[in-house]
Design a protein around this ligand. Structure first.
Ligand SMILES: *Cc1c(COP(=O)(O)O)cnc(C)c1O
Length: 384
């Protein structure tokens, strides 16, 4: 499958028709255990389903193919995947470097769960190579990268970070949730491991939670597989299947998400009600050139800063009709959020705090003229 193009791999990797019945879609193996042919006589290696389940296996094969990885592991949520990875690789006294706009839940995991177990974190402006070099010390094991970041859509150069980190013997982990593998391939750019909240674009329909790790090579596969088995935050068969189903349309969805978001960003730039538009597809975005180099399109996420300040931002987020006010992102339906009191409430008052006049849009794949009309009527309501 590795010689096939992305959209083909997304549909066919790990998805061979059922050999017994010819069902084009492999069955959902909704089973907790597998019968043995005599003690230890496992069929296809399956015994108890925390260790392995055929539906999860086919998702994992599909995920590895999407990112061009050696192997993938699928978990109950993005944070479960992150936790399994961090606890496999880090030991008390170890150190990790993160960007100052890392996903809030990742920051919370590091600062409130792993810090008490002796893991130290340094937060930097990740796009600044000097800050990165200065932050790396002998105990540093991981640089954690998110690009585009949440919610200000900052872009960092994955290849450059990988070069700096690898020169110091430090691993590069990329949370590729915002771009998705359809638009950005971190392993090919030098990253060691990719993390996903499959809850977002990979699932794509706001109907399932999940997380994934994709490994560039075999170095960490065994120890993280052990962690997945020993701790047990695996994806359930139905969840794995829904994610697989979503992934099959990823390439076509990401094209439309990107096209719609670009049109909305260009529209918003013309409106005096917004003092800033954060979207890497705009030529004026500080990360535009790097994004154009390392992504094949600019994605479906964009943020808007309201000229009217925090009250206008909050009122705008409450005035849309198609854009539903909700946390999360990456589904076919458009969402709007007010980060400082929603997704980023947990980082209020920290160095990760988000400007209070910012709203975040997860632009869906509805007809873009309806989406723009909705934003226009919301502006009309808050100025009225
Ligand atoms: C949502 C999200 C996560 C966490 O994933 P869950 O599935 O909610 O546990 C991690 N990183 C990013 C960038 C996210 O958007």
């Amino acid at each position: 499958m590795s010689d096939r193009a992305f959209a083909t791999r997304a549909i066919h990797a790990g998805q061979a028709p059922d050999p017994t019945t010819g069902a084009i879609i492999p069955p959902i193996y909704q089973s907790s255990t597998h019968v043995q042919d005599g003690v230890g006589g496992l069929r296809d290696g399956y015994e108890y389903n925390r260790a392995g389940n055929p539906t999860r296996s086919s998702l994992q094969t599909q995920l590895a193919a999407l990112e061009g990885g050696a192997a993938a592991l699928s978990f109950a949520s993005g944070l479960a995947a992150e936790d399994a990875l961090l606890r496999s690789i880090l030991r008390p006294g170890d150190h990790i470097v993160i960007g100052n706009d890392v996903y809030g839940g990742t920051y919370r995991l590091l600062s409130r769960v792993l810090a008490p177990w002796g893991i130290e974190t340094t937060t930097i402006e990740l796009g600044d190579a000097d800050q990165l070099r200065a932050a790396i010390r002998p105990e540093t094991k991981i640089v954690w990268v998110e690009t585009p970041s949440n919610p200000l859509l900052k872009i960092v150069d994955i290849a450059q970070i990988a070069e700096i980190a690898h020169a110091a013997g430090v691993l590069v982990v990329v949370d590729n949730t915002f771009a998705s593998p359809a638009l950005q391939q971190p392993l090919a750019l030098g990253a060691d491991i990719v993390v996903h909240s499959t809850t977002k674009y990979l699932g794509g329909h706001s109907d399932v939670l999940g997380g994934a790790l994709i490994f560039g090579d075999e170095r960490f596969v065994e120890q993280v597989t052990f962690q997945q088995f020993a701790v047990g935050a695996v994806s359930a068969p139905m969840d794995a299947w829904l994610t697989t189903r979503g992934i099959k349309t990823l390439a076509v969805r990401m094209r439309q998400h990107s096209e719609n978001a670009q049109a909305i960003a260009e529209w918003a730039q013309q409106r005096p009600e917004f003092e800033a538009v954060y979207y890497p597809g705009l030529a004026g975005h500080p990360g535009h050139e790097i994004a154009a180099r390392q992504m094949s399109a600019f994605g479906g996420m964009l943020s808007l800063a309201l000229s009217g300040g925090p009250e206008a931002a909050r009122a705008f987020a409450e005035s849309t009709e198609l854009f539903q006010l909700a946390e999360s992102l990456g589904g076919v339906e458009s969402l709007i959020g007010y980060p400082s009191d929603m997704t980023h409430a947990s980082v209020r008052g920290t160095e990760l705090a988000v400007p209070e006049n910012v709203v975040r849009l997860s632009v869906g794949i509805e007809d873009v003229s309806d989406l723009i009309a909705d934003l226009e009527q919301a502006l009309g309501r808050i100025s009225g």
